[in-house]
Design a protein. Sequence first.
Lengths: 108, 113
Amino acid sequence: RKEVEQDPGPFNVPEGATVAFNCTYSNSASQSFFWYRQDCRKEPKLLMSVYSSGNEDGRFTAQLNRASQYISLLIRDSKLSDSATYLCVVNAGNQFYFGTGTSLTVIP
Amino acid sequence: GAVVSQHPSWVICKSGTSVKIECRSLDFQATTMFWYRQFPKQSLMLMATSNEGSKATHEQGVEKDKFLINHASLTLSTLTVTSAHPEDSSFYICSARDFYEQFFGPGTRLTVL
């Protein structure tokens, strides 16, 4: 079983739509959780950390469910510039484990 | 935030040659750096963990004698792809931790002809 699993998509949504991604992890001892954004042919960049209490940054909301071992990312009012691959990243010990990424395309 | 640089950003080489990629943490010291490889439309795959002053730890299936890693200082790790072959063509990304967050270099695109 993979450490981190994500639906690869692709998700094609119209501008202004709300879209949600989920990611599950297998190691119950995982300590910290992140969502990264990766544009084509570029390196991943941190979008937001995911806290137990949930956190929001503008149109982006991240949540963590430790009991069910999943994290989620909600994007409201999608913009064309949100088109990218979103990587779920889980930290356990000294290791970072990546999901395969979920591809999002926002359509005009 | 912290910055990680990589050099070169892209390289084309002939099959059988060796290619060295440098990864530098520019404004912080990193005792541990990570090397990843990413094939088209796939996720990042950890190749090895580079530890300053000691041997790197290669992931299962990654040949340590083919992918040589040297972490000579707290700000520099190098990955050498020895006797590169076309199947080694990929996007190589390094990263370094700044206490809590992991920062990625811009990546090196390697094409082996």
